[in-house]
Design a protein around this ligand. Structure first.
Ligand SMILES: [Zn+2]
Length: 668
């Protein structure tokens, strides 16, 4: 029993030196025992105490107000919950042991990304475990590590003590702290996602391109992440954070799959009534015709309390939000009550822009008015960026008679007055060409001047370069300013198609004259409606194209969407009001041949993928394609744009300058 240092009555028996015991202390203990003493007193050093002490548990929201320091922020300094009060409930709910998935569908500038950082900061201090951040692409990932995550740790005295002090432990792909790693991954990096056990995952901007599976064979990156939790199955946390896009987008799907959804209810500073803020209660004078720039710049919008009718300006709105709380969607039950009763594993939150301290009520109103004014793309920006809702495109097109109602009393081939430019869209077939010539006014309303079918390149040359189209009630005439010709190309490698494409390239290079351009429909949705790309080789045989050729890739689905939206605009003054911008009119001779082709495609929801797409319901849709191509010519994204030419024209008028292209020519 020589190693038995303490007898049982003394409480602790140890026979060999425990790891925590220093050599010096061990000697003291042995000496004391030899001298017949059974009690040794010692104390822990400060760092030892720090490690052994049982710290009082505090909610994440309280932790951040003590230890989270913002460096890159509109409001730098220690984190303040009163700036984004709605994040308090989310952070605290996320920390509950039974909650594993936190889905946050929020607009920009609501602090949604900071929620993830706050939680990771808390975990570094209080509940360590491997963290993986997943971004849409590598560049965004590295940027976030360098500009957000490392500075977050560095700026907090509580967190930075966990750095190892070695440079190699601090890269833009991985930070190794003393007690846990933080990894960066991106949606397409299946390899990075596949081999590391993680306890915390923060997937940010999951509706951005990188996160959508590239093909039906590929797994959704979010499902790959889910497999990483196996080691930590009972204690993992998975944050999915994003602005929404469409209904089939990742964040909306995640939200709908949550066990429970919460809405943030604010409290009226005037009458004290709790309510869910709705866009319909943001008010301004002038309705849909109001000047949106003035509303935004002069802060002319306000919120109307649905109980007392009181007006909130942005300050009162902020007060209302500070006094708010999360409620179960469509139920009179607070989040706290629900959580303790039902212990859900996955929870979802929606944060519209009007809750944000950083977004004025007037900005919300202005974005909505822009959507009314500019069409589907702008309306999607409003839905996604302010309402925190997916954009739901309208599927309805028009009846035959409704389409023909757009005819006005102007014969084919005549240009309406106030036209600033003519565009042409040409669809190429083996036997000839479909074409559409359109007149544009400054407000982007358009008139179909002429459409039809010709058979030879000479006809096309005549149509685009040599014809002057007379302007109504005047002696002047106009030529085509810009023409877009479909380059088609190699569908399933058909030899005929490729030789046609080469023929078209050749014609554009020889005859284009900065008026006629090649276009190509993009097969998947693009970020922009019009994307120019220089092609310097033929895809077939890799044959070089001398000097290269600029092709304009078009998001044809977006253009079709915009076309039908424009068809719904008021094109003549009537009891409901005056004509609207971007309306559509047609020449008097427009007939059923046009209507049938326009209605040859219908918007449908794909049963398998749930995605909305345009499907041919009749064989000939060429004039609809011509509509798209001629619209693309006048789209603000095709530079130089129509509006820049209006500005240039004004300048020229002053300086009396000469003419350079069809547009200025046409203007005289
Ligand atoms: Zn009120």
């Amino acid at each position: 029993m020589t190693d038995q240092l303490f007898n049982e009555s003394a409480g602790i028996c140890v026979s060999t030196k425990p790891a925590w015991c220093s050599e010096k202390l061990w000697k003291t203990i042995k000496k004391s025992v030899k001298e017949g003493l059974h009690k040794v007193e010692f104390s822990f050093s400060r760092p030892e105490k720090k490690i052994f002490r049982k710290r009082k548990a505090i909610p994440v929201s309280q932790w951040v107000e003590k230890h989270r320091v913002l460096s890159m922020s509109a409001l730098p300094g220690i984190w303040r919950n009163d700036v984004t009060p709605y994040l308090v409930g989310i952070m605290d709910a996320a920390a509950l042991p039974f909650v594993h998935e936190i889905n946050i569908c929020a607009t920009p500038q609501t602090g949604k990304t900071e929620t993830g950082h706050n939680f990771v900061g808390y975990c570094i201090d209080r509940a360590p475990g491997p963290v993986m951040y997943i971004f849409p692409d590598e560049a965004t990932g590295r940027e976030n590590m360098d500009d957000r995550i490392i500075p977050m740790i560095q700026s907090s005295p509580r967190l930075r003590q966990h750095f190892t002090g070695k440079d190699r432990d601090k890269s833009s792909l991985r930070v190794r702290l003393q007690h846990m790693p933080i990894y960066i991954a991106w949606a397409r990096s299946a390899a990075r996602l596949a081999n590391k056990p993680i306890r915390y995952a923060i997937a940010d901007e999951i509706d951005k391109e990188g996160f959508s599976p590239g093909s039906s064979k590929e797994a959704n990156p979010l499902d790959l992440i889910d497999k990483r939790f196996n080691t930590y199955r009972s204690i993992y946390k998975f944050f999915k954070i994003s602005s929404p896009s469409l209904e089939d987008g990742n964040i909306w799907q995640a939200l709908q799959g949550s066990d429970v959804l919460f809405d943030y209810h604010v409290k009226c500073p005037q009458c004290g009534a709790r309510q869910l803020m709705q866009f319909e209660n943001i008010k301004w004078d002038g309705g849909s015709k109001a000047d949106r720039a003035a509303i935004k710049n002069k802060h002319l919008a306000w919120y109307e309390c649905e109980h007392c009718g009181g007006r909130w300006d942005d300050d009162l709105r902020n007060q209302a939000v500070r006094a708010g709380l999360w409620m179960v969607q469509d139920q009179a039950l607070t989040m706290d009550a629900y959580l303790s009763r039902f212990r859900p594993a996955s929870i979802g939150f929606q944060i519209p822009a009007w809750l944000s301290y950083f977004v004025s009520l007037s900005e919300c109103a202005a974005s909505f008015l822009k959507g009314l004014d500019e069409g589907p793309m702008a309306m999607q920006d409003f839905c996604n960026g302010f309402k925190a809702e997916p954009y739901r495109p309208k599927i309805k097109t028009q009846e035959e008679s409704e389409i023909l109602a757009h005819r006005i009393d102007l014969p084919a081939g005549v240009v309406p007055k106030d036209t600033i430019a003519l565009t042409a869209g040409i669809d190429v077939q083996q036997a000839g060409f479909w074409f559409m010539i359109k007149a544009w006014k400054k407000d982007l309303s358009s008139h179909r001047v002429q459409y039809g079918w010709v058979t030879t390149w000479e006809d096309i040359n005549e149509l685009i370069f040599n014809t002057r189209y007379p302007v109504e009630n005047s002696k002047s005439s106009m030529g085509i300013w810009r023409a877009a010709i479909d380059t088609g190309g190699g569908a399933k490698g058909a030899e005929d198609d490729w030789s046609k494409t080469e023929e078209i390239y050749e014609w554009i290079r020889k005859n284009g004259r900065n008026v006629a351009f090649g276009i190509k429909g993009a097969t998947h949705a693009q970020v922009k409606k019009v994307t120019p790309r220089v092609i310097d080789r033929m895809r077939r045989k890799n044959k070089p194209i001398p000097g290269g050729i600029t092709l304009y890739f078009l998001d044809t689905a977006a253009f079709k969407e915009a076309f039908w939206w424009r068809m719904g605009r008021r094109f003549q003054d009537d009891d409901d009001g005056p004509t609207e911008t971007q309306h559509i009119t047609m020449h008097a001779d427009t007939g059923m041949d046009y209507v049938r082709q326009i209605l040859a495609e219908e918007k449908q929801r794909d049963r398998k993928t749930g995605k909305i797409k345009w499907v041919s319901v009749r064989a000939d849709n060429h004039l609809l394609d011509c509509e798209v191509y001629s619209d693309a010519c006048a789209d603000p994204e095709w530079l130089p744009s129509l509006s820049s030419l209006v500005r240039r024209k004004k300048k020229k008028k002053h300086s009396g300058g000469g003419e350079r292209n069809g547009f200025v020519n046409a203007w005289r």
